[in-house]
Design a protein around this ligand. Structure first.
Ligand SMILES: C[S@@+](CC[C@H](N)C(=O)[O-])C[C@H]1O[C@@H](n2cnc3c(N)ncnc32)[C@H](O)[C@@H]1O
Ligand code: SF4
Length: 451
């Protein structure tokens, strides 16, 4: 049986399974639970603990057809400015409930396009954030950057506030692909932004790529990969394009018959993995590559890799506080998601200062499943010994999960490290395997394909 046939046998090319950036996945959050718990959970964040902060900017000047992110197009800055004024109110309201002495270990600005902000607006927001949260000495401050929307003066402001990781969207440099996804972005533009960031002393550069885009061929993609490597990024994320027009309406602009078929899509992912590993990058989880010196590679080596809403992370702060429309916060007790629509978010803040809407209070059994899924996604293993030490009262359940995994996937696991280890060539199956442990979902259609 070829590798493709083996992966096909386990349903890799048909399955629609969550990306497991959280457990339970956000589509299982309960309506109103975020609103009910938000204030209590903020008040009980341990005094003096480390917190991560996420700020969502849901605006873009252009709307790329492929994009499934929660964002809206705008030609003027007026809605952005109105949104930022409300976001500052939210910062104050949330901060008022938190205990003293917190240390901000991470600050991430995501979107949408955070770099759509004017320099003055960015200066103002960052001043408010750093006044609300004391930065840890080793804070990681990262921003998602669209190179076509990144004025040098704005990058200078970000650097002034200590930007030390830039996450730059590339997707693909081939003109026919860019045309089909409604995203014109020249190599020269991208290179200029990377060079400017480096000149400003920003030490870490991440690039985002997509495989499975319309009109992508192995030749065109090989050329993109070469150009990407010439920029010498520290970290690469390469995601399979999720074609979900029933969820992301703008994707109807992408004709299904222009997408690579299953075999071609698989080959594109394999080619990228080969090119990156030959260039000295280490594979991290299912969709990241990093230089051995990068924080993510170090975390993977030391077993500290985690999942969060951005995907893989080396952030170990127990609390994540999200600001802005649709932003998700994670507490030891569970998850709170802000009202997703920008208008509903603005209304909620205007009414009472906070916007928690959907959410989920973790139940006793969820902690173990969440840990099993995170370990599968991060380390491709099910470590019975480690889980027994962490959850001593659930030894029978842990054993039963191991037996069930081995029964369902006997040909892809081998016994190692006091448990089960997934074979290297079966790693693309990990989301499917995780979904078998997931007690919320077995068969879902709401998600993108498993590869
Ligand atoms: C918020 S977006 C990009 C940030 C910035 N606005 C830009 O355009 O560069 C973050 C990343 O999500 C990924 N993404 C967006 N839509 C996707 C989809 N349909 N399938 C897979 N990944 C997607 C892309 O790799 C993108 O770079
Ligand atoms: S890829 Fe970036 S610029 Fe394009 S629509 Fe998505 S968030 Fe906006």
């Amino acid at each position: 049986m070829t590798r493709f046939e083996q992966l096909e046998k386990h349903g890799l090319f048909d399955a629609r399974v969550p990306r497991y950036t959280s457990y339970p996945p956000a589509n299982h959050f309960v309506r109103g639970a975020g609103q009910r718990h938000q204030a209590d959970w903020l008040r009980t964040v341990p005094e003096g603990s480390a917190v991560s902060v996420y700020i969502h900017i849901p605006f873009c000047k252009r709307l790329c057809y492929f994009c499934a992110c929660r964002t809206q197009g705008t030609r003027t800055m007026r809605p952005v400015e109105a949104y930022l004024a409300v976001l500052v109110q939210e910062l104050h309201a949330v901060r008022a409930l938190l205990p003293a002495g917190l240390k901000m270990a991470r600050l991430h600005l995501g979107g949408g396009t955070p770099t759509i902000l004017s320099s003055a607006a960015m200066h103002n927001v960052l001043t408010e954030v750093f006044a609300s949260f004391d930065a840890a000495d080793d804070i990681e401050f990262s921003v998602e950057i669209d190179p076509t929307e990144a004025a040098p003066a704005l990058l200078e402001i970000l650097a002034e506030f200590g930007l030390n990781r830039a996450s730059i969207g590339v997707q693909d440099f081939a003109p026919q692909v860019q045309e089909a996804i409604g995203r014109q972005q020249s190599f020269a533009q991208t290179q200029a932004v990377v060079e400017k960031l480096r000149a400003l002393g920003v030490p870490n550069i991440n690039l985002d790529l997509l495989y499975g885009l319309p009109h992508q061929t192995s030749d065109s993609f090989a050329n993109t990969l070469d150009r990407v490597l010439s920029l010498a990024p520290d970290r690469l994320a390469i995601y399979g394009y999720a074609h979900v027009p029933w969820m992301s309406k703008r994707q109807v602009m992408i004709k299904e018959d222009s997408l690579p078929d299953t075999h071609a899509r698989f080959d594109l992912a394999e080619m990228a993995a080969q090119v990156f590993t030959q260039a000295g990058y280490l594979p991290i989880g299912i969709d990241h590559f990093a230089l051995p010196s990068d924080g993510l590679a170090q975390a993977a080596k030391e077993g500290r890799l985690r999942r969060n809403f951005q995907g893989y992370t080396d952030d170990t702060a127990p609390t994540l506080i999200g600001f802005g429309a649709s932003a998700i916060s994670r507490f030891s007790q569970g998850y709170v998601q802000n009202a997703p629509a920008t208008s509903a978010y603005l209304d909620r803040i205007a009414q009472g200062g906070m916007a928690g809407h959907n959410g989920y209070a973790m139940q006793h059994a969820d902690g173990l499943v969440a840990r099993v899924i995170e370990e599968l996604m991060c380390c491709f293993m099910f470590s019975e010994d480690r889980l027994n030490a962490e959850f001593p009262n659930q030894r029978d359940t842990i054993h039963a999960i191991g037996v069930s995994l081995m029964r369902q996937f006997p040909d892809v696991f081998f016994i190692a490290h006091g448990g089960l280890q997934l074979r290297d060539d079966a790693k693309p199956l990990v989301r499917i395997i995780a979904s078998c442990v997931d007690t919320f979902v077995s068969k879902q259609t709401a998600h993108a394909s498993a590869i």
